[in-house]
Design a protein around this ligand. Structure first.
Ligand code: GDP
Length: 294
C-alpha cells in the first residue's frame, strides 16, 4: 500500500543521515521532498502542508540540530507526527450499551465482507454477534451476507426479498435478535455507486430508528481522496463514529489512510487487508507509522 511513499521517505532520510552536520537548510530541503512524496501518495493538499509545517517546527529546534544524531531525531519527530496524523491512540469500539453497529458505505467498498470479518473478530473476543441484512435493493447482497454468516458461524437475519421498508426490517430483526441471545448486532445496509438522496434518506431513517452505538463507514482505501470525501458526506448525513478502511492490501498510494482522520475528525478503527474473513485488523496509528517508515 505505502510502498512508493516508504521508498521516497527512505531515500530522503538516508540522505539526511548521510550529511555530516545538519543545517536548517538540509531539513527544509528534506521536508520539501517529503511534501512532494505525500502529495504523490494522494494526501490532501492542506493536510500535507500542515503536517510538514508541524514537523518543521519541531525539527529545526536548536536542540535537535545540536544533538549527537540529529538525523535520527528528525526521523523520530516525523514518526510521531505521522502517528498523530493517523489518529494518535487506537480507538476501540464502544459496545457496552445496545451493542448495535450500523455499517454504511458505497457499493463495492467491502461492507458485507467487513460485516463478516467484524462478526468473526467479535466472536473471537468472546462476544455473541448477530448479522442483519438491511440491503433491500440487491437480493444478492442478502444472500452474500447469509453465506458470510455461515462461513463465520454467526446467525444472520435475512428479510423477505419483497420487503421495501428498511425500518420495518430492522424492527423485525430486533425481535428476532431477542430470541438469538446475541450481544452485538451488526447491520449491513444498502450502498450505491455514489451518494444520492435516496440512500441518505433511507440511512437517516434507519439510523434514527436504531440509535446505534457505532455507525461505521466502510471505505475503500483504493479510492484515495474519494474515500475521504465519501466519509465527509456520510458523516454529515448520519454522524459516523468511525471508519473501517478496506483494501489496504492493495496497491493504493495511501492518501486515504493519511488524510482520513485529519479531514473527517473521525478515527479509523479497523483496516481490512485481504478478502479472507480473518483479514480485519485493529488500526493502530503508531504501528501504521512504523510500517510506512519501513
Ligand atoms: P459491498 O458492496 O460494500 O458489500 O462490498 P463487498 O463486501 O461485496 O466487497 C466488494 C469486493 O471487495 C469483494 O470482492 C470483496 O472480496 C473485496 N474486499 C472487501 N474487503 C477487502 C479487503 O480488505 N481487501 C481486498 N483485497 N478485497 C476486499
Amino acid at each position: 500500500m505505502f510502498s512508493s511513499l516508504s521508498d521516497s521517505l527512505d531515500k530522503t532520510f538516508r540522505n539526511l543521515r548521510g550529511v555530516g552536520k545538519i543545517s536548517e537548510k538540509n531539513i527544509t530541503d528534506a521536508l520539501r521532498e517529503i511534501r512532494v512524496a505525500l502529495l504523490e501518495a494522494d494526501v490532501e493538499y492542506l493536510v500535507a502542508k500542515e503536517f510538514i509545517a508541524h514537523v518543521k517546527e519541531k525539527a529545526v529546534g536548536a536542540e535537535v540540530l545540536k544533538s549527537i544524531k540529529p538525523g535520527e531525531q528528525i526521523v523520530k519527530i516525523f514518526h510521531d507526527e505521522l502517528a498523530e496524523l493517523l489518529g494518535g491512540d487506537q480507538v476501540p469500539l464502544q459496545l457496552d450499551g445496545s451493542g448495535r453497529i450500523l455499517l454504511c458505505g458505497l457499493n463495492g467498498a467491502g461492507k458485507t465482507t467487513t460485516a463478516g470479518k467484524l462478526a468473526m473478530r467479535l466472536k473471537r473476543e468472546g462476544k455473541k454477534p448477530l448479522l442483519i441484512a438491511c440491503d433491500l435493493y440487491r437480493p444478492a447482497a442478502i444472500d452474500q451476507l447469509a453465506t458470510v454468516g455461515k462461513q463465520v458461524d454467526v446467525p444472520v437475519y435475512t428479510p423477505d426479498a419483497s420487503e421495501t421498508d428498511v425500518v420495518k426490517v430492522a424492527r423485525e430483526a430486533l425481535t428476532w435478535a431477542e430470541t438469538q441471545n446475541g450481544d452485538v448486532l451488526i447491520f449491513d445496509t444498502a450502498g450505491r455507486q455514489e451518494i444520492d438522496e435516496r440512500l441518505v434518506e433511507e440511512l437517516k431513517r434507519l439510523h434514527a430508528f436504531l440509535d446505534p452505538q457505532e455507525t461505521l463507514l466502510v471505505a475503500d482505501a483504493a479510492t484515495g481522496q474519494g474515500a475521504v470525501s465519501v466519509a465527509k458526506h456520510f458523516d454529515e448525513a448520519v454522524g459516523i463514529t468511525g471508519i473501517i478502511l478496506t483494501k489496504l492490501d492493495g496497491d493504493a498510494r495511501g492518501g486515504a489512510a493519511l488524510s482520513m482522520r485529519s479531514v473527517t475528525g473521525k478515527p479509523i478503527k479497523y483496516a481490512g487487508e485481504g478478502e479472507k474473513l480473518d483479514q480485519l485488523f485493529e488500526f493502530h496509528p503508531d504501528r501504521m507509522a512504523d510500517r510506512i517508515l519501513g
